[in-house]
Write a protein that binds this ligand. Sequence first.
Ligand SMILES: [Zn+2]
Length: 315
Amino acid sequence: MSQKLYQNVIDHINDKIASEEYKTGDFIPSESQLSRLLNVSIGTVRKGIDKLEYNHILSRHHGKGTCVKSNTPIVKNDFRNERVDLAAAFRWAARLNMHEAVANHFSLAINESGSQFLLNPIGMHFSEICASDLLVIDANDKETMSQPNAPDPTAWAIHSALHRNNPQARCILHVHPKYATILSSLDDKEMKPIDQNTMRFYERVSIDKEFSGMGLGKEAERLSTLLGENPVLLMGNHGVLTAAKTVASAFDELYYFERSCQTLIGAYQTGKKLHLASHKVAKKTAQQWQDYDASTIHFDALKRILDKEEPDYKN
Ligand SMILES: [Zn+2]
């Protein structure tokens, strides 16, 4: 099913809500009526309604039909900039081969407390995610996992707990990239200050050494208390998570952390003794990285390339 077809369904319903032809509480036309009206299959109509239902715009009532739950149409236009940024992060993470199958997850808070956030839907490859595919999740909604389009259970558990317990961490990126995961598997998981990049993370990484199974329930709660004010959580025997105020900043941390891990693991592989920078130099360099924040210009450059080479990420 093409992305465009069910987007037409979403756009059609959004427009009707925006023009107040459909008001809160109104029942919209049946799936078969919409199918004929828009000249698309019933399956396509259902997928569009699934998305709107998941985003709390529509609500299905068994045997009665589908009614408008919120008179604020979203999906395409609301949180537009946030959606585009997060979609760009997915696309570029895929280019860097940081993703693992369809298993990893990124989120971005959209309300002040961080209890509501955008999250990737289950089963989509990072390289195909578009802005409108991102789910709006409410960490306090206990029915989330029983609704259509429910997210991956570990994504739901980890990101809900992290956003709930770390309101400063607006954007949270979790992947299992090769070198960070290797570092997470070592007994000594510390990022050693051996070059400019590794020094960026000097005393800025929280390390979890107590992996106790997949990130569900108590494991997710436990993980969520470990981040503190640091931008990186190295998840022992698992992978990595970066957190920051913006997508650009979280992505920049993730990019440089994986590069740093690659350098450190490469240095270990030589079998030679590491030459560590002094505490003073490492600390100063870490501060210089923060003073020289190039995360926005880095991310803007990535988006310019995506605009040219795969502009559908903005859809
Ligand atoms: Zn994971």
